[in-house]
Design a protein around this ligand. Structure first.
Ligand SMILES: *Cc1c(COP(=O)(O)O)cnc(C)c1O
Length: 234
């Protein structure tokens, strides 16, 4: 594929996603720009990130640490904001604490403790969203609604982390009504937490961003609609 073709289709997709977000904000009476776009660049080459940055996108989400680090190395000249959104194994926490600005997928205290210990003292606090399992036993990732308050309470006492909000990935195949319900439950769970400064609901992907925005999403994590179909895991 020629670079020009690649970049022009990327530009069209980027405009389309921004337009979908604007329409969804408008439709639910939310102020324009109240939802931030996280471009999910897993399996995509560094050049795709560079091209999207040139179009004005600054926040990128990655799922796999090693893949992310090699892209970050090549893109060091750009002022990017990096979000870690994938499942976290304990042996990956130090790389994440060093090289990311946000982590959306914290679902147990042990991981939060390691991120807190390993976040360099000269960096700003690491922004954290707790991943909640909104789909019951059908999903492996995320803390249960029952376990959320305990995890959040433990997390806010840790230095160098800043709890910003919650993240969820509803199971695929839900009815529209149940997708609304899942996002709504996440929002209500955040409102019920007794802590100051929670301002982030990380919810909505390529197929459900409109529903998520109508339920109060503040960050949508979009891969396929921006970059096209992913090749298998890099
Ligand atoms: C891959 C991924 C996305 C993006 O999904 P698309 O359907 O491609 O938009 C969002 N969030 C997480 C946690 C992901 O792993």
């Amino acid at each position: 594929m020629s670079e020009i073709l690649f970049n022009s289709s990327l530009e069209v997709r980027f405009d389309t996603v921004l337009h979908r977000m604007q329409k969804a904000e408008q439709a639910s009476g939310r102020s324009p720009g109240s939802t931030k776009l996280i471009a999910v660049s897993k399996t995509q080459p560094a050049e795709a990130i560079r091209a999207l940055f040139a179009l004005g996108q600054s926040d990128f989400g990655e799922n796999y640490l090693n893949e992310a680090l090699s892209k970050q190395e090549v893109l060091r000249d750009l002022d990017l904001v990096w979000h870690f959104i994938g499942p976290i194994q304990s042996n990956k926490t130090s790389g994440i604490a060093l090289h990311f600005d946000w982590v959306h997928s914290v679902d147990r205290l042990r991981i939060a403790e390691r991120l807190s210990q390993q976040r360099p003292k000269d960096r700003p606090d690491l922004n954290i969203c707790i991943q909640v399992n909104v789909s019951g036993e059908n999903s492996k990732s995320g803390v249960t609604f029952e376990g959320l308050t305990d995890l959040a309470t433990g997390l806010v006492s840790l230095p160098r982390l800043k709890l910003r909000g919650l993240m969820a990935i509803p199971e695929p195949g839900l009815s529209i009504e149940n997708q609304h319900q899942s996002f709504k439950k996440l929002r209500e769970a955040m409102l019920a937490l007794p802590f100051e400064g929670l301002d982030t609901l990380s919810m909505g992907m390529s197929d459900d961003l409109e529903i998520a925005i109508s339920e109060g999403s503040s960050m949508v994590r979009i891969g396929t609609s921006l970059f096209g179909t992913r090749l298998s895991k890099a």
